[in-house]
Design a protein around this ligand. Structure first.
Ligand code: PLP
Length: 365
C-alpha cells in the first residue's frame, strides 16, 4: 500500500486517449504533439511516445525535457526567450515558433539551423474565461496584422495558432477555423505547416472524430500544409486520480472532512478557475464538504455525496488529476507532496516518485 497522498496515473485509461489521437493522425494526416505545460510526468512517456509525434513546449526547461525524455519531434515555443537561453533552446528543437515579430527579428539568425515559425493570433477564441483567452483584449499571444506578418514571410515556413480552451464543440472549432481562413487565408497557402494548437477536446466522449478528421484533412489539402495539433488536456484527460485519506471530520452546520492534501498545493488549477474537484460516483445520503489541510480558509475540494459516513482513515479519490495539476503542485504550507504512482497495463501499481523533506528544503534556500 502506498501512503497517501499520491497521484495515480492509470495507463489503461491513458491508452484510450492515445488510441483516439493515433486514429486522428492516421485519418487526417495531422501530427500530434504533447503540450508539456499541461502534463510533463515523463514516467509514462514510454507509452505515449508510440501514439504521438513528439512534444511542444513553452520554455527552455520544457523543450529540454521534451527532447531528453520524449524524443521524436520537438517544438520550441515561448512567449519570450531571453538572449542567454536561445542557443540552448535551438539545440533541443526541430522547430522554433516565435511569439512576436520582435522576437523573430531578434533571434531568427541564431535559429537559422532549424525550422522557424510565428504564432498568429486570429483574435477569436472558444474561451469565455478571460484568464485563459488568448484572444482577450490587448493579448500578447501572437501577431494578427497581416501586413506586418507579410514582411516576416521570408524567414518562416509555418504558423502556430492556439486559441481554444477545452473546446468540446466541433461546430465552434469549425466556425473559428473558418474565421482563421478568412483572416489569414492568403498567408496560409504560403507556408509548409500550420499548428492549430491545443484546447480541442477531441478525445472526449461523443466528439465527432470522423468529422473532425475530415475538416483537418480538408484544411491541409486546401493550403497544402502539414497540420499539427498540440493536445495537452485531451491527451491525458480522465487518466489520473489524486488519492487522499481523511484525517479528521467535523460538523459546523455542515459535515466537513479534512484530507491529507490541499487544493491549493495539489490541484491549484481548480482553485484558480473556481471549479470543484470531481469525486465519483458522488451519490448517497451523506454529504460532506471535503477540505484540504492547508490553513487557507477556502482550501475546499468541493461538496460531495457519499454512500457511507466518512471516518478517519477513509480514502477519497479525486478524478481527473493529470492536466495542469502535477505541473502546478507546490510546497505551500509544507504539505506533504503527493507521490506519483502508475497503474501498469497488467494492473500492478508502481510508485515512480516520492518526495521527502529534502525536496521541500531544497525548493528554497
Ligand atoms: C496550453 C497550450 C496547449 C495545450 O492546451 P490544452 O488546452 O491543454 O490542450 C497547446 N499549445 C499551446 C501554444 C498552448 O499554449
Amino acid at each position: 500500500m502506498i501512503e497517501t497522498p499520491y497521484y495515480l496515473i492509470d495507463k489503461a485509461k491513458l491508452l484510450q486517449n492515445m488510441e483516439k489521437i493515433a486514429h486522428v493522425r492516421e485519418r487526417s494526416g495531422a501530427k500530434a504533439l504533447l503540450a508539456l505545460k499541461c502534463f510533463a510526468t515523463w514516467s509514462v512517456f514510454d507509452l505515449m511516445r508510440d501514439y504521438m509525434d513528439g512534444t511542444t513546449s513553452s520554455s527552455l526547461n520544457e523543450v529540454r525535457l521534451g527532447h531528453e525524455r520524449f524524443g521524436k519531434e520537438t517544438h520550441a515555443y515561448s512567449v519570450a526567450y531571453a538572449d542567454h537561453e536561445i542557443d540552448e533552446v535551438v539545440s533541443h528543437a526541430d522547430k522554433i515558433i516565435f511569439n512576436s515579430i520582435g522576437q523573430l527579428d531578434r533571434f531568427a539568425d541564431r535559429a537559422s539551423g532549424i525550422v522557424r515559425g510565428l504564432r498568429l493570433n486570429p483574435q477569436v477564441s472558444s474561451s469565455s474565461f478571460d484568464l485563459a483567452d488568448p484572444a482577450r483584449p490587448f493579448s500578447r499571444l501572437g501577431e494578427w496584422d497581416v501586413e506586418k506578418i507579410e514582411k516576416a514571410m521570408d524567414r518562416i515556413s509555418g504558423f502556430m495558432i492556439h486559441n481554444h480552451c477545452e473546446n468540446e464543440d466541433f461546430s465552434l472549432f469549425d466556425r473559428i477555423l473558418g474565421r482563421i481562413e478568412e483572416h489569414f487565408g492568403a498567408l496560409l497557402s504560403r507556408v509548409e505547416w500550420v499548428s492549430l494548437g491545443g484546447g480541442i477536446h477531441f478525445t472526449g466522449e461523443n466528439y465527432p472524430l470522423e468529422t473532425f478528421c475530415d475538416r483537418l484533412k480538408a484544411f491541409a489539402d486546401k493550403y497544402d500544409v502539414q497540420v499539427y495539433l498540440e493536445p495537452g488536456e485531451a491527451s491525458i484527460t480522465q487518466s489520473t486520480t489524486l488519492e487522499t485519506t481523511v484525517l479528521d471530520t467535523l460538523f459546523n452546520g455542515k459535515h466537513l472532512a479534512i484530507v491529507d492534501s490541499s487544493i491549493e498545493a495539489h490541484m491549484l488549477d481548480l482553485l484558480i478557475y473556481r471549479e470543484s474537484a470531481k469525486v465519483t460516483p458522488n451519490k448517497g445520503p451523506h454529504r460532506y464538504l471535503v477540505c484540504g489541510k492547508s490553513c487557507l480558509a477556502g482550501d475546499i475540494f468541493g461538496e460531495f455525496d457519499f454512500e457511507r459516513e466518512l471516518k478517519v482513515g477513509d480514502r477519497v479519490s479525486f478524478q481527473d488529476a493529470a492536466g495542469y495539476t502535477m505541473v502546478k503542485k507546490n510546497w505551500f504550507n509544507g504539505v506533504k507532496m503527493p507521490a506519483i504512482a502508475v497503474r501498469e497495463l497488467d494492473g500492478s501499481i508502481r510508485t515512480v516518485r516520492e518526495f521527502t523533506y529534502a525536496d521541500y528544503e531544497q525548493s528554497l534556500s
